[in-house]
Design a protein around this ligand. Structure first.
Ligand SMILES: [Zn+2]
Length: 416
């Protein structure tokens, strides 16, 4: 059995240097056998997080930007261009592109991920099958949670519901929603709640994804969450409409979300890229103000959403970069603010994903992302790259420090 002692580690919430004990796949209070059988690793004061958590990404449509035509940069174009590319997706193609993103995410310190997967009569279960293979093949580094959803609509797209049910029967973990593409947005929300109850799975909606004050759906999600007693099992992503609200209205809605147990994910990269395309001067930021919602008691997270596709044509799978981006957009700069941003890619995301084994305490899964900083806020402020990662007690990557070659250094040393 794997027995590891980590010495001289810093953690976010306790000052000083700490020792962590790992046995098998978990942290333990102390080792059950003599220290001679235990490997010891000196972290030299580096800071340890219990893994970074991606709560919302689309592996199936990542890395397709070279197949798409971008003219308007709008959400409508992103959906239509992706649908055009999707018609040619094969299982191997989805697998290879997803693997590329997963390998990027692993070295950025991500240890668990909820990926959305598009299901409709054109793609069928092709994307789902590819991602399920990735789930098995990359389990050494990342736990993948599979969220199947009807990107092209549910009630307007016959055959989609049966495919979603088939995916759930074959091991999908939860249902996603995309009511804004449905002919009956309220009807889609109601139908997905009914299915979630039938299959006993959580829900994760793409919701209120524009900057228009009308046609808000978040109240419908709150009402359905209450009606089905699904509190703590429902997440809404984007909700860019919330950025239109003044303080009083936002806090009133935040109190309702917290009371109902509806959780919110901000996706700053996509939202900044796609929204307000009709504006020239003073473009609004249009990012869900989860910092204000968290003050109301709402469980929140920050995530990547898309990489190299018409929804977000760039990205390196760094959650720390998303936290820094959000801090910048929302003008959050104090140490406490930056620590909250860090929590939305780690500890708060664990609450949102309902993880019961997340942390550095005995009994938790021994996942670790290690940074060469002294304080947690520096990770976000500096966009610090992780220097090593662990999954279930086993090291998954190591990033050596960059080497400087001062002018005084011998040429032979540099070329070695
Ligand atoms: Zn999404």
């Amino acid at each position: 059995m794997n027995r590891l002692t980590i010495i001289n580690a810093r953690v976010v919430d306790k000052p000083g240097l700490h020792t962590l004990h790992i046995e098998g796949e978990h942290f333990v209070a102390r080792h059950s056998h003599s220290m001679t059988e235990t490997e010891t690793l000196d972290f030299h004061g580096a800071l340890v997080l219990p893994g970074l958590l991606e709560t919302h990404i689309h592996l199936d449509k990542a890395c397709i930007i070279d197949r798409c035509c971008q003219q308007t940069g709008t959400l409508a174009e992103a959906i239509s261009e992706t649908a055009r590319a999707k018609a040619h997706f094969t299982e191997q193609d989805v697998y290879q592109r997803g693997a590329r993103v997963l390998e990027q995410a692993i070295v950025q310190g991500t240890t668990r991920m909820r990926t959305h997967i598009e299901i409709d009569p054109v793609i069928g279960l092709t994307g789902f099958r590819a991602i399920r293979r990735l789930q098995a093949d990359y389990a050494w580094a990342v736990d993948l949670q599979l969220c199947v959803f009807p990107q092209e609509g549910l009630l307007n797209n016959p055959g989609t519901e049966a495919l979603l049910c088939e995916a759930l029967a074959q091991g999908a973990d939860l249902l996603g929603g995309c009511p804004y593409t449905d002919s009956d947005p309220h009807g889609q929300i109601q139908r997905l709640f009914a299915l979630a109850q039938q299959y006993n799975v959580d829900l994760d909606f793409h919701l209120d994804f524009d900057l228009l004050p009308e046609n808000r759906l978040i109240e419908t999600v709150i009402a359905e969450t209450r009606r089905h007693q699904w509190g703590g099992r429902v997440t809404v992503g984007h909700v860019t409409k919330l950025s239109l609200l003044d303080r009083e209205a936002l806090h009133a809605l935040g109190a309702q979300l917290a009371a109902a147990g509806v959780q919110v994910t901000a996706l700053p990269a996509t939202d900044l890229f796609l929204t307000a395309r009709d504006r020239f001067a003073l473009q609004p930021r249009g990012v869900a103000p989860i910092d204000e919602l968290a003050r109301c008691g709402v469980t929140c997270s920050l995530s990547t959403n898309n990489i190299a596709n018409p929804f977000t044509p760039f990205g390196d799978a760094s959650l720390v970069r998303q936290a820094n981006l959000f801090a910048n957009v929302r003008q959050l700069g104090t140490a406490d603010d930056l620590l909250r941003c860090l929590s939305w890619i780690s500890s708060q995301s664990a609450v949102l994903l309902r993880l019961t084994d997340y942390g550095l305490t005995p009994g938790c899964l021994a996942d670790m992302t290690v940074f060469d900083v002294q304080r947690g806020e520096q990770i976000v402020a500096q966009i610090a790259p992780p220097i090593r990662g662990f999954k279930r007690g086993r090291q998954t990557f190591f990033r050596p420090q960059a080497t400087l070659f001062p002018a005084t250094l011998n040429k032979d040393v540099i070329t070695q």
